[in-house]
Design a protein around this ligand. Structure first.
Ligand code: PCO
Length: 221
């Protein structure tokens, strides 16, 4: 599958197969309990929509949220569903003091059936592509079991989106099996017009739900 960037003419290889990353465990758990979705936000203005995104998912799935320090700047925590726990970098440190204590990024990667990063900023995209893990979100990604799917919805200024680094980094995360929900063209937060706006929360939810339900084993088989 290919996603075509509308402004720069270059083509971004999203992934060569329809969608990758399904474990046997996930197929079994799909049938017996609600999906466990780790929703993550990084530092883009589009994080203003994170509460909306969490609300879209939480009627259907068990949701835990992970945010970077920069994302916190844009998120109004009162818009999150009451039963969604929000984890930030401080929780990684506050939950550990001695050998034997829980390691949060490992607990979260084990808990989740699937991870969705929306918005994915240019900075966090670059970190993931390079294997950097200097915060809770990128540590989860670095420890991820790539049998389990990850979706990302990038959001950034159009000049950042069309910068050659973006294509390089998207190709690297594609090699990991990470699935792209491409950004759209519109008037951006800074007034520029172009590609870089995050896909709407309803589109992100619809894409992930359709994927999960297409993997479900029918009850009468
Ligand atoms: C612009 N940067 C951005 C980030 C991507 N933009 C978006 C949308 C929002 C409004 O609908 C901000 C969510 O435009 O995802 O605009 C300049 S640095």
């Amino acid at each position: 599958m290919q996603f075509i960037d509308q402004t720069s003419q270059f083509q971004i290889m999203a992934h060569s197969e329809p969608v990758r990353g399904v474990s046997d465990a996930m197929q079994v758990t799909n049938a017996s309990r609600r999906p466990r979705i780790l929703l993550a936000a990084s530092g883009s203005v589009a994080a203003i929509k994170f509460g909306n995104l969490c609300n879209c998912f939480s009627d259907w799935a068990d949701v835990k949220a992970v945010v970077t320090q920069s994302a916190l700047h844009f998120i109004d925590q009162s818009t999150l569903p009451k039963d969604v726990i929000l984890y930030a970098d401080e929780h990684e440190w506050s939950t550990w003091s001695k050998i034997g204590d829980r390691v949060l990024h490992i607990e979260l990667r084990q808990w989740a059936d699937i991870m969705v990063i929306a918005p994915l900023s240019a900075n966090t995209l670059a970190k993931i592509a390079s294997g950097l893990c200097d915060n809770l979100l990128t540590s989860i990604i670095r420890a991820w079991d790539y049998e389990k799917p990850i979706f990302v919805a990038p959001a950034m200024n159009t000049y950042m989106w069309t910068n050659p680094f973006t294509e390089k980094h998207l190709m690297m995360v594609d090699e990991l099996g990470i699935n792209l929900i491409p950004p759209v063209s519109k008037r951006l937060a800074c007034g520029d017009y172009g590609t870089g706006a995050m896909a709407e929360p309803s589109i992100i939810f619809g894409t992930v739900r359709l994927f999960m339900e297409s993997r479900q084993i029918p009850k009468d088989l």
